[in-house]
Ligand binder design. Structure first.
Ligand code: ADP
Ligand code: MG
Length: 243
């Protein structure tokens, strides 16, 4: 379970702070498949960074399986992320001096509980699954945008995260490569029960998810649930409490 409680984020802007996220609250149950949509600049990336514990809120808190990120120091937060969180960035953020295989191994090396041989085997298996067999020893600059995105996805999958955050995972990709990435993400959700929270501009992708949070100017203005909840409710669109 992922809980956002009164999340706000201010950035310094000249002499007064600019609030880009306003008291956002919601709960995402384990195993859910959720999208976040909204215009450019509405706070989607900022929200994802807070939820993943990559960034700290100005006010409010994030609880991942009952652990409050804000109660942790940077090292403990990094450990919790390493244990439970996968993240696919908008800009891939692969390490340019490492090969595809080495990039995918990084999360396992950070955890330090996998032997180098096992880490390499696991990374190779993931690269195969994302269709990059034969590209293991390529450096990021030797790969197309779609291939880099798949390496980023393999890296996010490698430690079998409980929760995967993806920021515009199909944003820079052509249709068929994008569809492939979506398939991989949905497979992870379906088969491993990984909770997936993705930001997208693609309305048809958002409609495939079970629930969509819509942001505008840092407010959640809509929370649409498409699949019956455990309580058996029919699809419904609710105004958010914080709108
Ligand atoms: P989105 O992902 O929806 O396009 P962002 O979360 O990236 O939106 O940004 C939301 C707002 O916060 C934007 O107005 C952006 O300019 C501002 N912003 C984002 N990051 C920073 C930063 N590091 N410093 C100052 N302002 C920022
Ligand atoms: Mg963004």
């Amino acid at each position: 379970m992922l809980v956002a409680r009164g999340l706000s984020k201010d950035y310094a802007s000249g002499d007064r702070p600019l609030t880009v996220l306003h008291e956002v609250s919601f709960e995402i149950p384990r195993g859910a498949y959720v999208s976040i949509v909204g215009p450019s600049g509405s706070g989607k990336t900022t929200l994802l960074g807070l939820l993943a514990g990559l960034d700290t809120p100005s006010r409010g808190s994030v609880l991942l399986d009952g652990t409050d990120f804000s109660a942790l120091g940077e090292d403990q937060r990094a450990a919790l992320r390493g244990e439970k969180v996968g993240f696919v960035f908008q800009s891939f953020q692969l390490i340019p001096t490492l090969t595809a295989l080495e990039n995918v191994q990084v999360p396992l090396e950070l955890r330090g509980d996998t032997s180098p041989a096992d880490a390499a085997a696991r990374a190779r298996d993931l690269l195969d699954r994302v269709g990059l067999h034969g590209r293991s020893h390529h450096f990021p600059t030797q790969l197309s945008g779609g291939e880099q995105q798949r390496v980023a996805l393999a890296r996010a999958f490698v430690n079998a995260p409980r929760i995967l955050f993806a920021d515009e995972p199909t944003g820079n990709l052509d249709g068929s490569t994008g569809a492939r990435i979506v398939e991989l993400i949905e497979e992870l959700n379906r088969e491993r029960g990984t909770t997936v929270v993705l930001v997208t501009h693609d309305a048809s992708l958002a409609e495939r998810t079970q629930r969509t949070l819509r942001l505008r100017d840092g407010y959640v203005i809509e929370d649409t649930v498409r699949v019956p909840s455990a309580a058996g409710s029919i699809p419904t669109s609710l105004p958010s409490a914080s709108a």
